[in-house]
Design a protein around this ligand. Structure first.
Ligand code: ATP
Ligand code: MG
Length: 397
């Protein structure tokens, strides 16, 4: 087995950006990578060369950590060497010894940049010849080889690798503003948060604790969702506000047409989230709503829900199928196999799939919403999730 000493990080969409923006994004990406490696207690040396990031250290561990950083398209565990064809070919041969057998189809992929004296094709031919001298009878197949070795001659050295680990893609976290997610105990909203983080948005969560109206498992599940989401922003905090909406739901039960309870509830949640967003300068409210999933998620009802606030509402899962959402939830770790009691007792037997804003508003006039929002916020708890742990912050400012 070749002893790999480095990880090469590839960046995708950043190349669409102008030079100054790209520079800023690279800076943020490098910072995020360092935070992730520091959070794992790894030793490393990180260098950025002309839009490539090369990290020296324990390559397996580093590759695993970096492949989870947003903005990274893929990573390769590699061995660095001198940038002469001889040194590169010797290193490539080490890889081939463990993996290439006579009769297998094989290709060398070569790149060269700012190194004079040979072309990429000449480098590929030189490396293939060297390997042939020890492992003859492989079959060159540039279209669909069973085994490939990638060699690069760069001004700062030679790089050799034979595999790529897929990254998350997206944009570096922290390059696309800040938003708050309505984070529930369910499957959808953590996935919505992950997708926003993947596009570079720093996220915080608000969980609405429905008290006696909610299933007994909901609060711990929501905290667990925040805890797991924090693993996707290593070294950074994922704050979670827990707000009490039990008094609001009781008031709805006593005073309003309960066919529309889910609409009153979603509108109230948005208002509370908007207050949190204003206070903390978040630029949008994210939800896990999904077209047609439940009665409150028809276009008609989403119109009425959206009208409750002025804030930008972002629904990254709007068009996803449930099985797509579940498969992301499994991948990111927020899918709970046996979630326990999550039933909401406030949901009516026949929730309305169609509503009109005037009817909803005239019902809401029977509630003292401002006072209920203030009360929900007065007893808000702030929890901080970080690197897969969650703890209560004693005195939220
Ligand atoms: P999820 O959609 O997250 O799986 P759910 O299915 O229990 O949760 P829905 O009725 O689909 O909830 O609610 C739509 C969206 O409203 C959720 O995706 C979430 O963003 C928000 N939401 C629902 N319940 C809560 C809650 N208790 N606290 C915060 N947000 C919530
Ligand atoms: Mg849902």
């Amino acid at each position: 087995m070749t002893e790999c000493n480095s990880v090469m990080v590839r960046i995708g969409e950043l190349w669409l950006k102008s030079e100054p923006v790209k520079k800023q994004f690279m800076k943020t990406l490098t910072k995020n990578i360092k935070s992730a490696l520091d959070a794992r207690g790894l030793e490393y040396n990180i260098e950025e060369y002309r839009g490539r990031i090369l990290i020296e250290g324990n390559a397996g561990e580093i590759a695993d950590a970096v492949s989870k950083i947003f903005g990274v398209v893929d990573v390769s565990v590699c061995k660095t060497t001198g940038n002469t064809p001889e040194e590169i070919a010797d290193t490539a041969l080490e890889f081939a010894r463990g993996n290439l057998k006579a009769g297998m189809t094989f290709a060398v992929r070569a790149r060269r940049q700012f190194v004079k004296g040979f072309t990429s094709q000449q480098l590929a031919a030189f490396v293939a010849d060297k390997i042939w001298s020890e492992i003859p009878d492989f079959i060159v197949d540039l279209e669909n080889p069973e085994y490939e070795i990638f060699v690069e001659a760069r001004e700062y050295g030679g790089i050799v690798y034979d595999s790529r680990i897929e990254g998350q893609g997206g944009l570096p976290l922290g390059t696309a503003g800040r938003a708050v997610v309505l984070l529930s105990s369910g499957i959808d909203s953590p996935v919505a948060a992950y997708l926003m983080m993947k596009r570079g948005v720093s996220m915080s969560g608000v969980f609405m604790n429905a008290g006696k109206w909610a299933g007994s498992a909901t609060m711990e599940l929501a905290k667990d969702n925040a805890r797991i989401l924090s693993k996707w922003c290593p070294g950074r905090a994922f704050p979670l506000w827990i707000v009490n909406i039990e008094p609001f739901l009781s008031a709805v039960y006593n005073a309003c047409d309960t066919h529309y309870t889910c609409l009153f509830c979603k509108r109230f949640m948005l208002r509370v989230a908007e207050a949190v967003a204003k206070e903390n300068r978040y630029e949008g409210i994210v939800t896990g709503e999904n077209l047609g999933q439940v009665a409150s998620q028809t276009l008609q009802n989403m119109n009425v829900i959206s009208a409750s606030v002025k804030s930008l509402i972002l629904r990254p899962l709007l068009t996803y199928d449930k099985d797509e959402i579940v498969s992301i939830a499994r991948k990111i770790g927020t899918y709970h196999e046996s979630p326990g009691d999550t039933k909401c007792l406030a949901v009516p037997k026949k929730p309305a799939t169609c509503s009109h804003e005037d009817v909803i508003c005239s019902n809401e006039e029977r509630l003292e919403e401002e006072a209920l929002i203030a009360e929900a916020l007065r007893y808000a708890e702030l929890w901080i999730a970080r690197d897969g742990e969650i703890y209560r912050k004693e005195n939220p400012e």
